[in-house]
Ligand binder design. Structure first.
Ligand code: ARG
Length: 461
């Protein structure tokens, strides 16, 4: 039998394999609530504009609400023959209310219908992501506050560079996730237009009110170009871009947690709740959650590249290719939710080994730059020369197998006679971090100022 929605010009129905490749109901059923909300808003507008009768609209609204409860109760029977969520809902509506159901699709196409459903879904998901990010940022702010003065080595090339504070390192992540949060808000801002009423691509001859449906659905305004309305998937691409950047941040953090939790570093200890054991090696405590956060980033990045590739060759306006947008976004959303939640838990729960951090902070000649800076400041050397003198001090300390602060004053003076006992004050890691008071620097007082700034900003974000 031919399709009941568009079978007029068809003599036979689709091949089984056609049905299999065409159907999206397996995944787009997730859009049921948005689909029903869109239909309710559309039908109310149609009645108000005198395009359909008020009595029909009431039947439609009643039927749609029944369908919503059926789906939520799990009693709704989804059919692959009916392709997608739109036709599944409409077909059930016809069963429930009869011929009035056929009036719902006046001045509408599945092309604008799917666009409005998916925008609503994505907007909701972005809003949830914003809340999740705020929770993660808050967890970092608490850690930063507790460890504003905890010294650790800062790294470049994963080689000890200069002492920093753990609080400062935490605040670096606050900046990263703060930018993610602002990208989420930007994405919502651009997405916030309703495509409903664009119809197939050209608009409609019926006297619809697109401003009315836009505001009924909580959009700022209707989209301005009907062709673009049904061919645009930027909101999905932006969701995936935002998700991929955020996932990349989470993955870098995950990598640091993996490194920090090794017995060799031992900077942090993960709680039992966020680690696993080994079935053969009794001593093991593995950072599986962090590893999986790192790994799942690959999926999200893959979804972004996947959808960009789907879209890149499509002529305007709608093509069925665009049906491939949903699984990418659904999976990325679910994955990102999980990653942020796991990270928030891990960060909140982990124990910081301040002794190990402090020990490591002092190793690797981490205060060499402080020595060079002292020579510039106190002995008037040009920085390049101070750099050279300090390099010789490091070589000397290395040869004597000790830290810079353990070199004798005679040894130091042999490198440059202007050096005095005062130099030892900058060779300690605590003094090193305290001295770095420049805006955005690692000094505990500056870190505390950064924390205060973010607490205020987060309250408004
Ligand atoms: N299931 C389709 C999608 O996800 C709905 C739109 C179908 N439109 C069409 N002209 N076939 O894109």
């Amino acid at each position: 039998a031919s399709n009941e929605m568009w079978g007029g010009r068809f003599a036979s129905g689709p091949a089984a394999i056609m049905e299999a490749i065409n159907a999206s109901i397996g995944f787009d059923k997730k859009l049921y609530a948005q689909d029903i909300a869109g239909s309710l808003a559309h039908s109310e507008m149609l009645a108000e504009q005198g395009i359909i009768a008020k009595a029909d609209q009431e039947k439609i609204a009643h039927g749609l609400n029944t369908i919503l409860s059926e789906i939520e109760a799990g009693t709704f029977v989804f059919s692959t023959k009916l392709e997608d969520i739109h036709m599944n809902v409409e077909s059930r509506l016809a069963e429930l209310i009869g011929p009035a159901a056929g009036r719902l699709h006046t001045a509408r196409s599945r092309n604008d219908q799917v666009a409005v459903d998916f925008r609503l879904w994505t907007k909701n998901e972005l809003t949830r992501t914003a809340e999740a990010l705020k929770g993660l940022i808050a967890a970092f702010l608490d850690k930063a506050e507790a460890h504003a003065a905890t010294v650790m080595p800062g790294f470049t090339h994963l080689q000890t560079a200069q002492p920093v504070t753990f609080g400062h390192h935490c605040m670096a992540y606050v900046e990263m996730f703060g930018r993610d949060l602002s990208r989420v808000r930007d994405a919502i801002e651009r997405l916030d237009e309703s495509p409903l009423g664009a119809a197939a691509l050209a608009g409609t001859g019926f006297p619809i009110d697109r401003h009315r449906t836009a505001s009924a659905l909580g959009f700022r305004e209707p989209t301005r170009n009907s062709i673009d309305s049904v061919s645009d998937r930027d909101y999905a691409l932006e969701f995936l871009s935002v998700a991929a950047i955020c996932a990349t941040h989470l993955s870098r953090l995950a990598e640091e947690i993996v490194i920090w939790s090794t017995p060799q570093f031992a900077f942090v200890r993960l709680s039992d709740q966020f680690s696993t054991g080994s079935s053969i090696m009794p001593q093991k405590k593995n950072p599986d959650a962090a590893e999986l956060v790192r790994a799942k980033t690959g999926r999200i990045n893959g979804h972004l590249v996947g959808l960009l590739t789907v879209m890149k060759g499509l002529p305007l306006a709608y093509s069925k290719d665009m049906q491939e947008d949903k699984e990418a976004v659904f999976d990325a959303a679910e994955t990102l939710d999980l990653m942020i939640a796991a990270m928030t838990g891990m960060v909140g729960d982990m124990t910081i080994n301040t002794d190990a951090m402090k020990r490591a902070a002092g190793s690797g000649f981490s205060t060499a730059t402080d020595l060079a800076d002292w020579l510039v400041r106190e002995a008037g050397l040009p920085f390049r020369e101070a750099h050279h003198v300090t390099g010789r001090a490091v070589a000397m300390a290395e040869a004597q197998k000790k830290g810079l602060e353990k070199l004798s004053i005679e040894d130091l003076r042999s490198l440059n006679p202007a050096i005095t006992e005062d130099v030892y004050s900058v060779l300690s890691v605590n003094n090193s971090v305290k001295s770095r008071k420049s805006f955005g620097g690692t000094a505990p007082a500056e870190v505390k100022r950064q924390i205060r700034y973010w607490r205020k900003r987060l309250a408004k974000a």
